[in-house]
Structure formats: structure tokens, C-alpha cells
Design a protein around this ligand. Structure first.
Ligand SMILES: [Zn+2]
Length: 288
């Protein structure tokens, strides 16, 4: 009965603003070994929030594997830190779960096997208890459930924040967030002030695209890719999707994130990579 007013295309929104000045702040990274006190534990939950059939994968690696299809997963994450909770990306809209055949467009067939709400409920987390909400960028497969987090402080690069309430395709997903507190970022941002969870500015896919560094005491350092890459071969080829705000900026962000990964000995979790995600424990299990 519901006409799903979905923000469907991954590729519709192109934010127009240019890259603002980046004020990379230096982090004092905390040494987990000096913090063995009572409960400094950080937990990372991974959610599958959508299933995407890409009808022509060369959309992401122009000129490569033209006409071949590929399945993507779609990921969201919850970081539970002693100082608060951060949700990173929110998936396709939960409402899509009501359409068993999914949403079929020219480029993608998108389905939502299990809602984000149900997955949060399963671990006894209420969206309104979450303190911070950050999305890698404003494409519809990342913003679908932003509107659940009405108490969260928004952590977005300024270019994305400026576009948040503008585009018609985004508005339904964020309409309830107009009164949320926000921080407009112009560079990296240490979310909890101890270096363990840091938003890294990585523009190009959109003008204010960002990735997330999480340093887990046992698992070690991880970077959540946003859409810097979409799958492993895309990373190997440094493929820039046909829909992308600024190719040069994207390639620069790839360089700086790759250098950062090396420097931190961090692993990159590619959020849409189905094969990689099959090897990563998902909620209700968690990483610590
Ligand atoms: Zn995406």
C-alpha cells in the first residue's frame, strides 16, 4: 500500500560545493596498553542493511567487465564506546523491506532483507539513545534510516551538511533531523577525544565524503571505507565510478587513505564488498 518514496539511486545526488579547507587535527592516540582499567572496552557491530544487484559492474570500474552483474552488500556500523554510541551509515530505507521484490531501477535491483531497526532491537539498542550519527556521504544507500536517530549529534563534513535538507531525494530520510545538534566538519574529527574513533575526511566521491578509523583494543585498527571503493577489484584498479563528484579528488583521497592504512597497519573494510563481508562477523556478534 505504501508508495515507497525511496531515495533510490545510489548516484543521484551530486553535491556541488567545492572542497573546503581541511584542518586536519592531530590526534593524540591513546595506547590501549596503558588503559587496562575497568571498562574501556569499545565494541563494533556490523549490520547488513541492504542487498544490491549491480546490473553492469563497469559503472564502478569504467571499461572493465562491461555488462557483467555483481552483488553488493550494504553495511552500517555501531560503535559502542564508554563515552557514547556512534552509528556510521544507515543503509537503505527500512521501508524497502515491505517490498519483497525490492526496488528495480535501470542500474540496480535493491532489497532490504532485514531492517536496521530490527537489528538494533535485537541488541537492545534504541535509536534515540544513540549520541552520534555520521554517514560517509549522502547517497541514498547510506542515508536511508538517518531519521531514526533524532537525538544524535550529526557529524558531517560541512559540504554534506549544507546539502542535507536541500535535495528532494534526501529529504524524507532526514526530515526529522532538522533540530538535531550538529558539528560541521572541515577535516578529521576525533569523536571521543582519545584517538580510538576518528572520522577522516576523504572527499571526491561526493564533496564531503568521509571514512572512519576505529582502533579496537583486541581486533586492531580498521578503516570503514564509505564509498571510497565499492569492492576489492575496484580498489586494485583504483576505479572511479561513472557517478562521482570529483575524480582527481577521489584519486587523492585514495592515496591519502592508503598511506594512512599503511602508517597505522590498519585493515580496510569495504562496505559494499559482499565477499569480504562474508568473512566479517555481523551483529549480534561484535568486534572488540
Ligand atoms: Zn554506497
Amino acid at each position: 500500500m505504501k508508495k515507497l518514496n525511496l531515495l533510490l539511486s545510489i548516484c543521484i545526488i551530486t553535491l556541488v560545493s567545492a572542497c573546503g579547507g581541511s584542518t586536519n587535527q592531530s590526534e593524540e592516540s591513546s595506547d590501549p596498553e596503558t588503559e587496562e582499567s575497568s571498562d574501556p572496552e569499545i565494541k563494533l557491530y556490523v549490520f547488513e542493511v541492504g542487498d544490491i544487484l549491480v546490473k553492469d559492474i563497469s559503472l564502478f570500474n569504467p571499461g572493465v567487465d562491461t555488462g557483467q552483474t555483481k552483488n553488493f552488500t550494504n553495511s552500517a556500523y555501531l560503535i559502542r564506546h564508554p563515552k557514547g554510541d556512534l552509528i556510521w551509515d544507515t543503509g537503505l530505507p527500512d521501508a524497502l523491506a515491505q517490498a519483497p521484490d525490492g526496488n528495480d531501477s535501470q542500474a540496480f535491483l535493491m532489497k532490504m532483507p532485514k531492517t536496521l531497526s530490527a537489528q538494533l532491537e535485537e541488541i537492545n539498542v534504541s535509536p534515540t539513545d544513540i549520541e552520534f550519527l555520521a554517514v560517509s556521504h549522502l547517497h541514498g544507500d547510506h542515508t536511508g534510516n538517518m531519521n531514526l536517530f533524532t537525538s544524535a549529534t550529526l557529524l558531517l563534513q560541512s559540504e554534506e551538511y549544507e546539502g542535507l535538507f536541500e535535495g528532494e531525494t534526501v529529504a524524507p530520510a532526514v526530515d526529522s533531523l532538522r533540530n538535531n545538534e550538529f558539528v560541521k566538519l572541515t577535516g578529521d574529527h576525533d569523536v571521543f577525544g582519545d584517538g580510538s574513533v576518528v572520522i577522516k575526511r576523504a572527499p571526491g566521491h561526493t564533496a564531503g565524503h568521509q571514512v572512519l578509523y576505529v582502533n579496537l583494543p583486541e581486533t586492531g585498527p580498521i578503516v570503514l571505507s564509505g564509498d571510497l571503493y565499492h569492492f576489492t577489484k575496484n580498489r586494485e584498479l583504483r576505479g572511479v565510478p561513472a557517478f562521482n563528484a570529483d575524480k582527481e579528488q577521489t584519486l587523492k583521497s585514495m592515496d591519502s587513505v592508503e598511506a594512512f592504512l599503511k602508517e597505522q597497519s590498519a585493515v580496510l573494510w569495504i562496505q559494499h564488498d559482499k565477499e569480504q563481508n562474508e568473512g566479517i562477523a555481523h551483529s549480534p556478534e561484535f568486534h572488540k
